[in-house]
Write a protein that binds this ligand. Structure first.
Ligand code: AMP
Ligand code: MG
Length: 309
């Protein structure tokens, strides 16, 4: 449903977001499929709706710099870039604060967060009123092109409540800059060019290959310290057991009722909990290869892959 962004429609959008539902949000880059970034289940809905084969980390949107300060470790470079390019199509990847209330699913279990302030009056108005960050990837189903009008969004998501902000002015995704290394690097090129960024903070790499980082720090996906054993029927001696569905025997259960959305919402926080305890490994029950299960299994396989050391 496409609605024009009247005060009444904004109120309705806020109600959807508070209730953990998704909305279609205009930004200056592309339209986003937005959810309350602090609600695990709401974020799980994004992955379910997008039908992505993997649980990729999402960009977290906020209205002001201050809203991000409780979620990321802010530094001088971030400050300079934010002052220069925000609101605008620049996403900054920064270390996530341990105390951040943003869903671990939204960052796919990573210890970083990708954040930005979008330059669109409707998005800014909504974000200000919402007062919390929104997780929002592009509002298209996996494999389709990114939507630059409300109509494009409605084609992929006919039942979604979509705020109509007109055609996007940029139509290209944001530039993503990783600030977690000594020399920052561009994770995704976009509307803001390397030269423009370098004019503000000095040298930037296009790839992470030549930055100096300790091995293991470059993980682009979450992996626990303990070895992970997948499709387990139960734990072996010393192992923790992360179950799925009804079972008597488990340390934690992704979803006792066998719901994939709940399992996605719990995945990273439960793996992290078990990874901190006195076990020799984590055995994970099998998860059906259907719907969100494909993305869940993809992430589990990556997390279980041999470490590149
Ligand atoms: P989309 O929102 O669909 O345009 O895609 C978001 C992009 O941001 C993806 O390429 C993600 O891999 C990237 N991204 C989001 N969060 C992070 C993060 N914490 N670290 C690195 N990349 C990220
Ligand atoms: Mg996309």
């Amino acid at each position: 449903m496409i609605v024009s962004p009247t005060p009444k429609a904004l109120e309705e959008a806020l109600q959807f977001l508070h209730a953990g539902d998704l909305i279609g949000l205009p930004t200056e880059t592309v339209y986003g499929l937005a959810a309350d970034a602090t609600q695990d289940l709401a974020v799980a809905k994004i992955f379910e709706q997008k039908n992505r084969p993997s649980l990729n980390p999402l960009i977290i949107h906020g209205a002001t710099q201050t809203i991000f300060q409780e979620h990321v470790e802010w530094d001088e470079r971030a400050q300079l870039l934010a002052n220069t390019f925000w609101p605008g199509p620049l996403t900054l990847v920064l270390p996530r604060k341990l105390t951040s209330s943003i869903s671990l699913l939204a960052s796919a279990g990573l210890e970083t967060l990708a954040i930005r302030i979008p330059h669109h009056p409707v998005a800014l108005d909504l974000l200000k009123k919402f007062g919390k960050p929104l997780a929002a990837p592009s509002a298209n189903r996996s494999g389709k092109v990114s939507p630059t009008t409300a109509e494009h969004v409605a084609e992929d998501f006919p039942n979604l409540f979509i705020l109509n902000g007109g055609a996007t002015t940029i139509g290209l995704e944001s530039t993503i800059l990783d600030l977690t290394s000594t020399i920052p690097f561009i994770l995704r090129p976009g509307g803001i060019l390397r030269e423009e960024l370098e004019a503000v903070i000095g040298p930037i790499q296009m790839h992470d290959s030549d930055t100096i980082k300790a091995p293991g720090m470059m993980k682009s996906h979450y992996a626990p310290h303990l070895p992970l054993r997948l499709n387990a029927l139960g734990p072996q001696p010393g192992e923790a057991f992360l179950a799925f569905g009804p079972t008597a025997q488990s340390d934690l259960n992704l979803s006792i009722t066998g719901e994939l959305q709940e399992a996605a919402a719990n995945l990273f926080k439960m793996l992290r909990l078990l990874d901190q305890m006195e076990f020799t490994g984590i055995a994970v029950a099998s998860i059906p290869m259907q719907g969100l299960g494909l993305a869940l299994n993809d992430r589990l396989q990556r997390a279980a892959a041999p470490r590149d050391l």
